[in-house]
Write a new protein. Structure first.
Length: 293
């Protein structure tokens, strides 16, 4: 086993959406795939397609270690790690509780980082590996009302850039996938968080409603016409994995390319002006006094 190169894939967050679509596509392509989620019962229907399923909670270090150790015991190393688990918490930064900020960073950043650190020794031993980090166009572009979520994705982008340089000499590629709007349950979760996360400050009431409406529009309104599917992302991941010299970043959907290109071209002032076409900046509520949590 020590002389073999493992190309076994470990994917997080496979209960729905991108993770599930990626597990199916890679398994059908002939890879040994470990599809994981916090609740393994949500993965049972993946097994007939060849996926091996496993419980894994990215916020629980013991769970991360157990998963990696189990795969290494059978295959020698995790050859391909796809860090997909994550969620979006939307709302004005001032309103989002620090508990929720920490929870989102724990899920989107710290869990990703810890799992990556756990698989790297095996990848280095075999001098081969692929680390695929699911970022977002939100790791390059910041939209109002999503400051905490965007901060986690900017962190993923920065970590990926550092790891790409540090690991190249060991034969390990680090690849960032940057989806735009994707028709999955992700937006439903984001809307729910707008409605429930943090304290309510009257000065942000109108703005909060706009944020909620824009997320909804991304799911089933005008903007949804530019949205992609989970399988669009899975297809891009599969393409990146077989590339002889993979790119550092792979945008997915016209929406992602449009927004990221506009952000670069417009600059800070131009981008802020562009955003005013979709959001009205928060203003003091009529007749309201300053309210603190």
């Amino acid at each position: 086993m020590a002389n073999e190169v493992s190309q076994v894939a470990l994917i997080t967050g496979c209960s729905t959406g991108i993770g599930r679509a990626t597990a199916l596509r890679l398994a059908k392509g002939g890879l040994v795939v470990y599809a994981t989620a916090r609740r393994p019962e949500t993965l049972q229907d993946l097994e007939p397609y060849g996926c091996r399923t496993m419980a894994l909670d990215v916020c629980d270090e013991a769970s991360l270690r157990a998963a990696v150790e189990a795969i290494e015991a059978e295959h020698g190393a995790v050859g391909i790690l796809i860090n997909n688990a994550g969620y979006g918490s939307e709302g004005p930064v001032e309103e989002v509780s620090m508990e929720e900020v920490r929870r989102q960073f724990e899920t989107n950043v710290f869990g990703l980082l810890q799992l990556t650190k756990l698989v790297l020794p095996g990848m280095r031993r075999q001098r081969w590996g692929k680390v695929v980090n699911l970022s977002s166009m939100g790791g390059r572009v910041t939209l109002p009302g999503g400051g905490i979520y965007h901060a986690t994705k900017y962190a993923v982008e920065a970590l990926s850039d550092a790891l790409r340089f540090e690991l190249r000499g060991f034969g390990i590629d680090v690849i960032v996938i940057e989806p735009g709007m994707i028709r999955t349950q992700f937006n439903d979760t984001a809307i729910r968080h707008v409605d429930t996360v943090g304290d309510r400050i009257p000065d942000y009431d109108a703005f909060r409603l706009q944020v909620r409406q824009n997320i909804q529009d991304a799911s089933d309104g005008t903007m949804a016409r530019m949205a992609g599917t989970a399988d669009d992302v899975a297809r891009m991941i599969a393409r990146a994995l077989v590339a002889r010299h993979p790119k550092a970043r792979y945008p997915v959907t016209m929406h992602a390319r449009l927004f990221m290109g506009s952000r670069r071209w417009l600059g800070d002032r131009g981008w802020d002006l562009f955003l005013r076409g979709f959001y009205t900046p928060p203003q003091p509520a009529s007749g309201s006094e300053e309210v603190r949590p």
